[in-house]
Write a protein that binds this ligand. Structure first.
Ligand SMILES: Cc1cc2nc3c(=O)[nH]c(=O)nc-3n(C[C@H](O)[C@H](O)[C@H](O)COP(=O)(O)OP(=O)(O)OC[C@H]3O[C@@H](n4cnc5c(N)ncnc54)[C@H](O)[C@@H]3O)c2cc1C
Length: 420
């Protein structure tokens, strides 16, 4: 292969852009194409359920919305070929060619899958004009356009995005009912104890929670929709937002011989397992992290696109140079969430814990004073959560977490670390 490889990145969002930057930092001569289905320049998604949604509702207009969301990049305008509005439909791994829905194709030496996720939908066909999702800027604009005056809103799903939407809309004076099948919101991510406290936190701020309930039926009404829950409860609303999880965008890779059972299965170097010269990055990538035992997992946090982008670029640069990338990639996951003016900040993997310890503050006082929670698995620290806590209050505990996770990683066998 020449020293100026053709790198085609499919998916022009956070992971795609950061991969382009990382590849060009290591291989300045690389010919990088960043092709994405959306018509917009790469932009930041987290504000779409928080302050940007609020702004779009209170100060409508696509210009200002995109301006504030656009991802800043250190790349010059002509450093790469940015191709918005281009949707990949297939890959010919023999010819090393990506095909697009407009009939065009791009040859690659290295192909990076950065196609992220799309919202999972409820299995109803009724009330299509009153059902919304929130993944893209266009989704947010469509939702905001319906919220100019106070509305009754059902949020289906009590994960982070559902809870953030519920908090944002309640704050703006909309009447929000949130339906979640588990006993408490965000339970899988935060564990039952913290999730129960978050339920009280949302209720106290006006969100009508229907926990342990799922949607059995959906009807269109004259003014919106009516939801029937599995216990027979009926909820009338003007509109519903479906926030019931996501599906990886992998169909375009279906002929590439990859394991696409939950995103793109990658090894620890971010190389897709089963194909030459294909890598996965960001939300769509399922990869082993030795910090957590080496089982491949997808992680839907904002930090992961940047971390996996750098790793993928190092892998490409090492292969181009005929060397091997650093042996182990062990990124520390972290995420934040803003709900009713309180910031949640998490490090590590609270979802894998079997024990929850409040190490500072108290869960009963959420939103009024800071609270710190330590998560353990088999007696060892595996995660840290700050609720309304200043970043400085987390520093010392983060160091303890880093130490505990690194110790655990060293104890895993190299085979486990390979993870596949
Ligand atoms: C509303 C919302 C709020 C969030 N809030 C937080 C938060 O507070 N904290 C946090 O840590 N994380 C948050 N996240 C998660 C974070 O935004 C994601 O982890 C991050 O956007 C993932 O980036 P990505 O580039 O991997 O995927 P995406 O951002 O999903 O980008 C994938 C891109 O690929 C494109 N694409 C898909 N298929 C094709 C195809 N066939 N051809 C071409 N292009 C294609 C898509 O159109 C999209 O532009 C939030 C996400 C959302 C949606």
């Amino acid at each position: 292969m020449s020293q100026a490889p053709r790198v085609v990145i499919v998916g022009a969002s956070l992971a795609g852009l950061r991969t382009a930057e990382a590849v060009l930092a290591l291989l300045p001569d690389a010919r990088v194409t960043l092709a994405g289905a959306e018509a917009h320049a790469p932009y930041n998604r987290p504000p779409l359920s928080k302050e940007a949604l609020e702004r779009m509702i209170t100060q409508p207009g696509v210009g200002p919305a995109l301006e504030k969301l656009v991802l800043r990049s250190r790349l010059g305008a002509d450093a790469l070929s940015l191709r918005p509005g281009l949707t990949a439909s297939g890959v010919d791994t023999e010819k090393r060619l990506v095909r697009f829905t407009d009939g065009s194709g791009l040859a690659y030496d290295w192909l990076v899958a950065a196609t992220g996720l799309r919202p999972r939908r409820l299995p109803f066909t009724t009330a299509p004009d009153h059902r919304f999702v929130l993944r893209t800027l266009d989704d947010a604009l469509a939702l905001a356009a319906r919220l100019a005056s106070p509305q009754r809103v059902i949020v289906a799903g009590g994960g982070f995005i559902g809870c953030e939407i519920a908090a944002t809309l309640t704050h703006l004076g909309h009447r929000v009912s949130l339906v979640e099948p588990l006993p408490n919101p965000m339970q899988q991510a935060l564990g039952p104890r913290v999730a129960a406290a978050m339920a009280g936190f949302h209720r106290a701020r006006g969100v009508d929670l229907h926990l342990g309930r799922s949607l059995a039926d959906l009807h269109q009404t004259d003014t919106g929709c009516r939801v029937v829950l599995d216990d027979g409860t009926m909820l009338q609303a003007d509109l519903m937002v479906e926030a019931i999880g996501s599906v990886p965008n992998v169909e375009w890779l279906s002929d590439a011989g990859l394991d696409l059972s939950d995103g793109v299965l990658c090894d620890n170097a971010m190389l897709a397992v089963g194909a030459e010269a294909i890598l996965g990055v960001g939300d769509v990538a399922r990869f082993p992290n030795p910090l957590f035992g080496g089982a491949p997992r997808r992680v839907e946090h904002w930090c992961v696109p940047g971390q996996t982008a750098r790793r993928a670029a190092e892998t490409v640069a090492a292969r181009v140079a005929g060397t091997a990338p650093a042996p182990v990639f062990a990124p520390l996951p972290s995420f934040w969430s803003d709900q009713h003016g309180m910031r949640l900040q998490s490090f590590g993997a609270p979802a894998l814990a079997d024990e929850t310890l409040v190490i500072d503050g108290d869960l009963a006082g959420l939103g009024t004073r800071p609270c710190l929670v330590e998560y353990r698995r088999a007696g060892r620290m595996i995660g840290l959560l700050g609720l309304g806590a200043a970043p400085s209050a987390l520093v010392a505990h983060r160091q303890r977490l880093d130490t505990a996770l690194l110790q655990a990683a060293h104890e895993h066998t190299p085979q486990e670390n390979a993870g596949v």
